[in-house]
Every structure is written in structure tokens, then in C-alpha cells.
Design a protein around this ligand. Structure first.
Ligand SMILES: Nc1ncnc2c1ncn2[C@@H]1O[C@H](COP(=O)(O)OP(=O)(O)OP(=O)(O)O)[C@@H](O)[C@H]1O
Ligand SMILES: [Mg+2]
Ligand SMILES: [Zn+2]
Length: 395
């Protein structure tokens, strides 16, 4: 069952020291940088009553706590968390990232403490009125590795962490069984991967689940799904980070290179004040650029033949004008490989001597685009579809 809410609910699960908190923080930062509202929370805890329960059940010094009591304290804390924190945030359309949720109880109390995974799952479903994550990121950790990570800084272990490795091995198996039973709701990753690799893989999966903003029309990036790294790079450039005056979009026909260039053009000239919303897809600038009628954005396309030298000269003189109304004058050259050498040289000369406020975007098939089109310094051909700034120089 999914949340049926406008928001998105993601749980991070895995053994102690798996990297849950690290990855939850990284994902929150990535989503927030896109202007999304993220609520980060953790279990046990997340509410004042929950934090009290957390210390009851995790701190040493409360004497013996039997397994049923422990399981019910976790479930009580979770009931408060689900109804007071998680559901309201999801109803507001926010993205909720929780560090642990029901699976941790099923694994630790159900399997680790031998209370039975079904019984523990059932009391937790009752406690949360069936609120389940849209996605659970399971960081699968070798108990030995987890212990080493936790104790690396000499941090004291809490009541559960200090259990024997055999307890942690049972927990690991229980987590994997939960994921295997509902694979479409899980992303299982080996916790030993580098932090950045894990973060990239998690973001890639989450991207597919992101709700379109508040039910508005789609942003210009929506057509580029499945290429999160590319979208990130272009969004940042549109916000002024790493924006240069000329870009190459390489990739075979159908790879999306033209769509990417168009989306980038829309984001550069989008009317939104808030830079994180640039490329909104709904303002006049975005709409006219997508419709190819924006006065400061030219699309150059050759159906059959080559771009003639006169056309190229026209382009260059257009490029020399300041934008009439928008932030940037943009020239998107599709099929930039279909040019005679002389024509290429006319264009390249213009690109090498950039006019302030003009951005060139050249689209071409996989590398090498054409032996005659030499690219200004610092460009590196890469396989597959990829936008590249052609120079480090920014006007
Ligand atoms: N992918 C990784 N590779 C190596 N070390 C990592 C990785 N991810 C996290 N760490 C380190 O391991 C330790 C535990 O990470 P973190 O606190 O994120 O784990 P956790 O799953 O939240 O642990 P806990 O269950 O104790 O809350 C930290 O010191 C962190 O810097
Ligand atoms: Mg943690
Ligand atoms: Zn816009």
C-alpha cells in the first residue's frame, strides 16, 4: 500500500552503522537544493513523547526490559511519529525521510529478539494505521563492518548495538527477507559502497517517484527522466553554477540531446525569480521556448541538406545582438555535424569569441561529431548523451 498522499514517504533501513543517517542527510540535501520541502526524522523518536521513549528503550540503566515491552515501546513511539509527524507532512505534500521505520522493529524485535516477524509487523501496522513507505532504502551491511564503523570513534554502544554479532546477523537476514517479499518498494544497496555512489543510486531511484510540483504543469526537466546527473548539471548551470557560453550535446539520434538543449534554454530564460524553479514549464518564457517562438532563442535545424555558410553568417550576426527581453540570447544548432568545413569555421570563430549574454548549444551525434569541427579547449568527448561546456571561459 502506498501513502495515497501528495507527499513522498521514504524510509532508510539497515543494521547499525550501515550509513542510514549519512544517506538520509545526503538525499535531503539533494532534494532541498531543488526547492523541494523535506522533513527528516528518525525512529525511535521524532516527537517529544517518542524521544522520551527512545531514551527508555535505548539507554542502559533502566534495568531489564523484556522483549515484549521493548517491542511495544517502539510501536508506541512509532504510533505518535506516524500520526503527529509523518502523516501531516505527507498531507502537506512534503517528502518525509525517516531514519528507520517498521522494518527495524520486524528485524530487531521480531527476528533479533525472536518475538516472531509476523506478530511484530501486525502490531506496527495497527499502531500506524497501515502507513507504509513508498520506498524503503535498505543498506545491507555486514555486521562486522557495521560494528567497526560504529566503534571507530570510540562512541559507546547503546543497548541494542551492544548485542552479539549473531543477533545482528539475524537482523540482516530479516531485512533482506522483507525486501525480497515486496521488491518494488525497496532499493537494496551494499552498504560498503562509497558514500557518493550510494547517494547517486538513491537519488536516481527517488527521482522517478518525485511528485510533479503541487499538481502544476510539468517542468521542462520532466522529459529528461532517467538522466539525473545530466539534469542536475544543467539545472545548476541554469542557476549560474558552471555556466559557460557554449555547450555541446552529444548523443545518437533519439538520445534526448535536443530535448535537453531545449530544456536548458527554457531554464536559462525562465521568468521565475526563484532560481531553484527555473525551467518551470509554465511561465511565458518557458512556454514560448518550448514552442520555439521565443524571440531571443533560435533553433537552427537542417532537414536534409547542410547548414549553408550564409545561414551560419546570419546566425553569427544574430548572436552578436544582445537579447531583446530575456536574460540570454540562445542559439541551438541541431545537427551541428551537418556543416561544411568553411561553415563550421564561421561558427567556431563566433563561439571562440563569445558575445556577452549569448549562449550557444550545439547538438550532434556520438563523438566524434565531425573531424572538421574542432572543439575549443577543455572539451572532452564522452560516450553517450552528455552536455558539455566547451570551454571553462565564461565571457
Ligand atoms: N558508505 C560508507 N562507507 C564508509 N563509511 C561510511 C559509509 N557510510 C557511512 N559511513 C561511516 O560509518 C559510520 C556510521 O554511519 P551512519 O551514522 O550514517 O550509519 P547509521 O546507519 O545511521 O548508524 P546507526 O544505526 O548507528 O544510526 C559513520 O562514521 C559514517 O561516516
Ligand atoms: Mg543513524
Ligand atoms: Zn519558466
Amino acid at each position: 500500500m502506498t501513502t495515497q498522499n501528495p507527499g513522498l514517504f521514504i524510509a532508510f533501513e539497515g543494521g547499525d552503522g550501515a550509513g542510514k543517517s549519512t544517506q538520509a542527510a545526503a538525499l535531503a540535501a539533494a532534494l532541498e537544493s531543488r526547492g523541494l520541502t523535506v522533513l527528516r526524522t528518525r525512529e525511535p523518536g521524532g516527537t517529544p513523547i517518542g524521544e522520551k521513549l527512545r531514551s527508555l528503550v535505548l539507554d542502559h540503566g533502566h534495568g531489564h526490559i523484556d522483549a515484549h515491552t521493548e517491542a511495544l515501546i517502539f510501536a508506541a513511539s512509532r504510533a505518535a511519529h506516524a500520526s503527529q509527524v509523518i502523516r501531516p507532512a505527507l498531507e502537506r505534500g512534503e517528502i518525509v525521510l525517516t531514519d528507520r521505520y517498521i522494518d527495524s522493529s520486524v528485524a530487531y524485535q521480531g527476528a533479533g529478539r525472536d518475538l516472531g516477524t509476523d506478530a511484530v509487523r501486525d502490531i506496527n501496522h495497527w499502531a500506524t494505521s497501515g502507513l507504509q513507505p513508498d520506498l524503503t532504502v535498505l543498506l545491507d551491511v555486514d555486521p562486522e563492518v557495521g560494528r567497526r564503523r560504529r566503534t571507530a570513534g570510540d562512541a559507546a554502544e547503546d543497548r541494542l548495538e551492544s548485542e552479539a554479532d549473531e543477533f545482528h546477523a539475524r537482523i540482516r537476514t530479516a531485512f533482506l527477507d522483507l525486501a525480497a517479499a515486496r521488491p518494488e518498494h525497496y532499493l537494496v544497496l551494499p552498504a560498503r559502497l562509497p558514500v557518493e555512489d550510494l547517494a547517486a543510486r538513491i537519488l536516481e531511484r527517488v527521482e522517478v517517484l518525485l511528485p510533479s510540483p503541487q499538481g502544476e504543469s510539468m517542468s521542462v526537466w520532466d522529459d529528461l527522466q532517467g538522466q539525473p546527473a545530466v539534469v542536475d548539471q544543467l539545472r545548476q548551470a541554469a542557476q549560474g553554477e558552471g555556466l559557460t557560453h557554449a555547450w555541446l550535446f552529444t548523443g545518437p539520434p533519439g538520445s534526448g540531446r535536443s530535448n535537453a538543449a531545449k530544456a536548458f534554454a527554457a531554464a536559462l530564460n525562465c521568468d521565475q525569480e526563484d532560481v531553484s524553479r527555473r525551467g518551470c514549464g509554465e511561465c511565458a518564457a518557458c512556454l514560448t521556448i518550448l514552442g520555439e517562438t521565443h524571440s531571443d532563442v533560435a533553433f537552427v535545424r537542417t532537414e536534409k541538406v547542410t547548414i549553408t555558410i550564409d545561414e551560419a553568417r546570419d546566425l553569427v550576426s544574430t548572436a552578436g545582438n544582445r537579447p531583446s527581453s530575456a536574460r540570454w540570447r540562445i542559439i541551438v544548432v541541431e545537427d551541428a555535424d551537418r556543416m561544411a568545413e568553411r561553415t563550421t569555421n564561421v561558427l567556431l570563430k563566433a563561439i571562440e569569441e563569445p558575445t556577452p549574454r549569448t549562449v550557444w548549444m550545439l547538438c550532434a551525434p556520438s563523438p566524434p561529431m565531425s573531424s572538421s569541427l574542432s572543439v575549443p579547449a577543455a572539451a572532452r568527448w564522452r560516450c553517450g548523451f552528455r552536455p558539455r561546456p566547451t570551454s571553462r571561459r565564461c565571457w
